[in-house]
Design a protein around this ligand. Structure first.
Ligand code: CP
Length: 309
């Protein structure tokens, strides 16, 4: 097993499947009345969040606690960052407090890799989202959720057709999912306006479309992406109404999806923009399952990286 989780490209297919299989085992254990395992007793995990988060931060905290680790939560708001402290000095401070693992979310792409490569901390580094680069545990929990509902006999995602729709340009979730879903054998299609696709998207090895309605009934999974207004410093589409009309999942498109298809969204959602309330709350939606599965997948990641046995 790798010593840090910085990008999905760090994982072989077997390593990715091992995390998903381990998460399945751990999900079974934590369904018992006593949810805790003693595996990481005496170890300390630091959640180092320089950007806002609800799901990722809380589920890493729950995962670490269910493995009996001690958890230190650091958030940029209220810390000495406001006094100009650097990432290096913050990391050295946390290392001095005895961190065995650090979960980092940072607005700069590459921040997690820098923390790992500079060896300011000796423990495992887990990327919980770095700028527009990657969010590997989100992709793992998404793959876990797809497998839970559409598992095939080989245990991977081969023969599944998965559409990732929306603001691909600013989405670290899309980047990690393209890498992981392709690695697991799925056929991935990106659907977005040209302005919300990266310049180099043709080198990603996936299909690209500009029309959400084309062959809509052929997707097994439709994964909607949040429009990331906070990363937009210019207009990427004429109006929200126009975006929603062309790229939003609404009741009409929902009714044209195939019977067994899944609707996903990493959250937080802009209800009424990229996804309508009836789509988000429909019986096809597995959005709540994604959040729930985040805990098991993050338990598996911590367990495997920190050498639980
Ligand atoms: N999906 C996701 O990363 O959500 P949070 O920003 O709430 O952690």
């Amino acid at each position: 097993m790798i010593s840090h989780l910085l990008s999905i490209s760090d994982l072989s297919k077997d390593e990715a499947l091992n995390i998903l299989d381990t998460a399945e085992e751990l999900a079974r254990v934590t369904e018992t009345p006593v949810k805790k395992l003693p595996t990481l007793r005496g170890r300390t995990i630091v959640n180092l969040f320089f950007e806002d988060s609800t799901r990722t931060r809380i589920s890493f905290e729950a995962a670490a606690k269910r493995l009996s680790a001690d958890v230190i939560n650091f958030s940029a708001k209220g810390s000495s960052l406001s006094k100009g402290e650097s990432l290096k000095d913050t990391a050295l401070t946390l290392q001095a407090m005895g961190a065995d693992g650090v979960v980092i979310r940072h607005p700069a792409s590459g921040a997690a890799a820098r923390l790992a490569s500079q060896k300011w901390m000796t423990g495992a580094v887990i990327n919980a989202g770095d700028g527009t680069h990657e969010h590997p545990t989100q992709a793992l929990l998404d793959a876990f959720t797809i497998r839970q509902h559409l598992k095939n006999s080989s245990g991977d995602l081969s023969d599944l057709s998965i559409a990732i729709v929306g603001d691909v340009l600013h989405s670290r979730v899309a980047r990690s999912n393209v890498l992981l879903l392709s690695k697991l054998g799925a056929h991935v299609t990106l659907i977005a306006p040209p302005t919300l696709l990266p310049v180099a998207v043709n080198s990603w090895g996936v299909e690209v479309k500009y029309d959400f309605d084309e062959n809509l009934d052929e997707y097994d999974v439709v994964m909607m992406l949040r429009v990331q207004r906070e990363r937009m410093d210019e207009a990427f589409f004429p109006s929200e109404r126009e975006y929603s009309r062309r790229f939003g999942l609404n009741g009409d498109r929902l009714s044209r999806l195939s019977e067994k298809s899944l609707v996903m969204h990493p959250g937080p959602m802009n209800r009424g923009l990229e996804i309508s309330a009836d789509s988000a709350d429909s019986r096809k939606s597995v959005i709540v399952d994604q959040v729930k599965n985040g805990v098991s997948v993050r338990m598996a990641t911590l367990y495997l990286l920190l050498g639980g046995n």
